[in-house]
Design a protein around this ligand. Structure first.
Ligand code: SAH
Length: 359
C-alpha cells in the first residue's frame, strides 16, 4: 500500500538529501560532510582501477602485497611457534592485497585465518568472491579477541573524515560546509572559536592558514593499539601523508583519475586527505606500542627485496619484463609513489622488530 505522503514522490538524490539536512540543521562540520559523502561513494561503486576513479599500489602489481605478506609472515614466525595470529585487513578494496599477501605467506608455510573490515557492501562482495574463507566485519570491534593480530591497511586512513580549522581575522574557526548559491555545497568558517585545538607552535599562523586533525583515524588507531597490547601482534599502515604537526589544506577529490572540487558532485568523487603519521604514531605510543617509521614506501619495499622479486618475475615471464619493471619503478621511485607514500608499523613491545625499516 502506498501512503498518501509518499504517493508520486521521486526518490531524492544523495546530494539533495544532504542539502536538505543542511537546510534543516544548518552547516555541518567538514568531518560530518566527508563521512557522509564517502559512505555514499564507497557503498555505491567499486572505485578502483583504470576504468574507475583511482589506482592503488596492490592494483599496480602483485609485488606490493607479496612484500607485505612476507614482512608479516617473518614477524609472526620470529614471534614464536606458540603464537597463532590472524590476518586482518582494514578497507581491503578488491581484496587484491590480501590475496597476494596470503599467497606469499603460504610460501613461508604460514596460513592464518583472515578477517576483513569493510563498510562498503559492493567492495565486501568483491573481497569475499576472491577470499571465500574470510570473515567479514563492519568495524574493528568484532575482530577476534583471543589471538594476536597481523593488521594491514593500505590507503585506509586517508579515506576517513578529517576536521579542518581555518585562521580567520577573529581567530581559529572550524571549517563547516553550508549551502551556497544554487544549493551548491560551500565551505565556510564556523562561529565557535577553536583556538585551543591548534598546537601552540602553530596558533600564531597567518590568516588563511588551515590546520587538520583526524579524530576518527586517531580513535581507530587507539582501539587497535589497545587490542595489540592485550593480544599481541603488529599493524602495518601504508598511505600518503606527512609527519605533523603542520599547516595546510590536503583535502582532495578525485574522479576518473583527475582532481575534482571536493564540494561539487557530492558522493560522486573520492574524498581523501593526507595522513598525519605523527598523530597515528603518538596514539599508538600512548597505549604502549613500539612504533617503527614512517619510512618511505620505496625504501620499505626495497629493503624487503622487491628488486629481486621483480627480476625473478621477469625471468619467468620475459614477455612481461617491461611491464614488471614499470610497476616496480612506479611503486618505489621517489618521483612516483616511493616518497609521498609512507609505511608506519606499530607493534606489541615484546614482538620482534619488523623488516623494512631503517636502523
Ligand atoms: N586497500 C584497498 C582500497 C583502498 S580505498 C587498496 O589499496 O586497493 C579505501 C577502502 O577503505 C575501501 O575498501 C573503502 O570501502 C574502505 N573504507 C572506507 N571507510 C571505511 C571505514 N570507515 N571502515 C572500513 N572500511 C572503510
Amino acid at each position: 500500500m502506498t501512503s498518501p505522503s509518499s504517493f508520486g514522490r521521486k526518490e531524492l538524490s544523495f546530494a539533495e538529501r544532504l542539502a536538505r539536512t543542511i537546510e534543516a540543521g544548518g552547516p555541518m562540520t567538514l568531518a560530518q560532510y566527508m563521512a557522509q559523502v564517502n559512505a555514499h561513494y564507497y557503498a555505491t561503486r567499486d572505485p578502483l582501477g583504470a576504468d574507475g576513479d583511482f589506482t592503488t599500489a596492490p592494483e599496480i602489481s602483485q609485488m606490493f602485497g607479496e612484500m607485505i605478506g612476507l614482512a608479516l609472515a617473518d614477524v609472526a614466525l620470529r614471534a614464536g611457534p606458540r603464537q597463532s595470529p590472524c590476518y586482518v585487513e582494514l578497507g581491503p578494496g578488491r581484496g587484491t592485497l590480501a590475496a597476494d599477501a596470503l599467497r606469499a605467506m603460504e610460501q613461508a608455510r604460514f596460513a592464518p585465518p583472515v578477517h576483513l573490515v569493510e563498510t562498503s557492501p559492493v567492495l565486501r562482495g568483491r573481497q569475499l568472491a576472491l577470499l571465500p574463507h574470510a570473515t567479514p566485519h563492519d568495524d574493528v570491534e568484532s575482530l577476534p579477541t583471543d589471538r594476536p593480530l597481523l593488521i594491514v591497511g593500505n590507503e585506509f586512513f586517508d579515506a576517513l573524515p578529517i576536521q579542518q580549522s581555518v585562521k580567520t581575522e577573529k581567530g581559529w574557526r572550524e571549517l563547516m560546509v553550508g549551502l551556497g548559491q544554487d544549493r551548491t555545497f560551500a565551505p565556510m568558517a564556523g562561529e565557535r572559536p577553536v583556538d585551543t585545538r591548534i598546537p601552540e607552535a602553530l596558533r600564531h599562523a597567518p590568516e588563511g592558514s588551515v590546520h587538520e586533525t583526524a579524530p576518527v583515524g586517531a580513535a581507530i588507531m587507539m582501539t587497535l593499539a589497545r587490542r595489540l597490547m592485550r593480544q599481541g601482534g603488529i599493524a602495518l599502515f601504508i598511505d600518503y601523508g606527512y609527519e605533523g604537526p603542520a599547516l595546510g589544506d590536503t583535502l582532495q577529490a578525485v574522479r576518473s583519475h583527475r582532481y575534482a572540487d571536493p564540494f561539487a558532485d557530492a558522493g560522486e568523487n573520492d574524498l581523501t586527505a593526507h595522513v598525519d603519521f605523527t598523530l597515528l604514531g603518538n596514539a599508538a605510543r600512548q597505549e604502549g606500542l613500539a612504533v617503527y617509521g614512517p619510512t618511505g614506501q620505496g625504501a620499505f619495499l626495497e629493503r624487503l627485496g622487491i628488486g629481486a622479486r621483480a627480476q625473478s618475475l621477469a625471468r619467468t615471464a620475459p614477455d612481461r619484463a617491461a611491464e614488471i619493471e614499470a610497476a616496480r619503478h612506479r611503486l618505489v621511485d621517489a618521483g612516483e609513489m616511493g616518497a609521498l607514500f609512507k609505511v608506519l608499523a606499530v607493534a606489541h613491545p615484546d614482538w620482534p622488530r619488523p623488516e623494512g625499516f631503517a636502523g
